[in-house]
Design a protein around this ligand. Structure first.
Ligand code: UTP
Length: 414
């Protein structure tokens, strides 16, 4: 046996021991069908994967005691609008504000082949989701007379096409120097029995690790080093798929800064008690988000003396974080959520399967869990019709059709 073969055998033994202990012996059996070179490549990939997620100990966290959290309401904001806005604009002009676009999702419900931001939702003209966001951001930079550094998180799969798309569209009129792209990490996916899957011959299937790890991914890609040397003190984090997303909103930023809170979340009043939206609340006294399926009947229907729902304010994935507080979260382990999705895989005959319905689990950290690591969070109410037009599904609720209708109502030509 050559030295190389000995090394390969030792590596295979080490990795297969670990895989077998985690109930993944089928991968070891599969390895045996491969040539030495293919085995070597596959073992190298496995060595880069975080297999600890397969450990049953690493399950969803236990929740604490929830209590309502009150928001700065539309009326309060209206009364203070000019003061908040001036404070926000001053922060932007001083270079204290950056924005982070979370664009690493797979958009499996919408079923897009490319990055979701590349979807054209125009009717009589081209209007890309990214374009809607960049138009919204440009409105603020024009008002402030200063650029806001924009960090765009991508996935391994859509990184190159996202960068190329922005370049092809001339950065939608934004300053190229103020845009940085960074990749998020991947985690293995598993079938309903918890078994690792293959995405192609000799390759374990992986998927982006959720939207909660964006700050850690900025660290891993070296961007935090740059951020620390910059004047940025606040980061506005937002989802790619809300085409009415108000980015680096000066009034929101000013309100959070004036309040002395270390974070803020844009929220909308729930349309009815059963609306399927995560609600900003307190959990064991800390800001947190309770998912609609975690709410008891009592929580869903509890009302304040004025008749409003106590758990009333739904989050829209638009948060403001103070950078020095985010630094402290880098050492915290964020909970991993198992999400059942449509995941492309290779079957036993070597055919690629593109499932029509959810078939496997991916593991995600969630941005909302980052809120829980903050000392406090200002809930800031916004008008749903003006700021919330998410595109999640092909048809029906939160689809291109509903988003178009909301864009129209806001005077945007399609
Ligand atoms: P969603 O939770 O809607 O997930 O993302 P998704 O992957 O885009 O879509 P589905 O569930 O497969 O249909 C909310 C936001 O978080 C980003 C998305 O790009 C979107 O802006 N996200 C999600 C990431 O950046 N990375 C992820 O791993 C997941």
């Amino acid at each position: 046996m050559t030295q190389q073969q000995e090394n390969l055998t030792a590596k295979k033994q080490r990795i297969c021991q670990r895989l077998s202990a985690l109930g993944q012996a089928h991968i070891c059996a599969y390895l045996e069908q491969l040539s030495e070179a293919e085995q070597d490549a596959m073992l190298r990939q496995i060595d880069t994967l975080d297999l600890s997620i397969l450990d049953p100990e690493c399950a969803d966290e236990q929740r604490g005691v929830f209590t309502p959290l009150y928001a700065t309401t539309l009326e309060e904001i209206d009364r203070n609008r000019s003061r908040f806005t001036e404070a926000g604009l001053a922060a932007i002009r001083a270079g204290k504000v950056g924005a982070v676009l979370l664009g690493g999702g797979q958009g499996t419900r919408l079923g897009c082949e490319h990055a979701k931001g590349m979807v054209d939702i125009g009717i009589t003209r081209e209007l890309f989701i990214f374009e809607c966001l960049m138009n919204n951001l440009r409105r603020v930079t024009e008002q402030a007379g200063a650029y806001i550094p924009l960090f765009i998180m991508t996935s391994v799969e859509n990184h190159d096409e996202t960068e190329a798309f922005f370049a092809e569209k001339n950065y939608f009129g934004y300053s190229k120097e103020h845009i940085r792209f960074f990749r998020q990490e991947q985690l293995p996916t598993v079938d309903p029995e918890g078994r690792l899957m293959l995405s192609a011959p000799g390759i374990i299937s992986t998927a982006p690790n959720g939207n909660g790890g964006w700050y850690a991914s900025m660290e891993n890609t070296g961007l935090l080093h740059e951020l620390r040397q910059s004047s940025i003190e606040w980061l506005n984090v937002f989802a790619v798929d809300n085409v009415l997303q108000s980015i680096a909103d000066p009034c929101f930023i000013g309100a959070v800064i004036e309040s002395g809170h270390v974070s803020g979340a844009k929220v909308v009043a729930k349309a009815d008690p059963d609306e399927k939206v995560g609600v900003l609340c307190l959990e064991d006294g800390r800001p947190s988000i309770v998912e609609y399926y975690e709410m008891t009947e009592e929580m869903r229907t509890l009302r304040e003396p004025d008749g409003n729902l106590s758990y009333r304010f739904g989050v829209i994935l638009n948060y403001l974080f103070r950078v020095d507080q985010l630094e402290e979260t880098l050492n915290c382990k964020m909970p991993l959520h198992k999400v059942f999705k449509k995941i492309r895989y290779m079957d036993e005959s070597g055919n690629t399967v593109r499932p029509e319905a959810p078939n496997a689990y991916k593991f995600e950290t969630l941005a909302l869990d980052l809120v829980k690591l903050q000392k406090n969070c200002l809930a800031y109410e916004v008008e749903r019709e003006k700021e919330f037009a998410p595109i999640k599904n092909k048809t029906g609720v939160d689809s291109v059709d509903t988003a178009r209708e909301l864009l129209r109502r806001n005077g945007i030509m399609l």
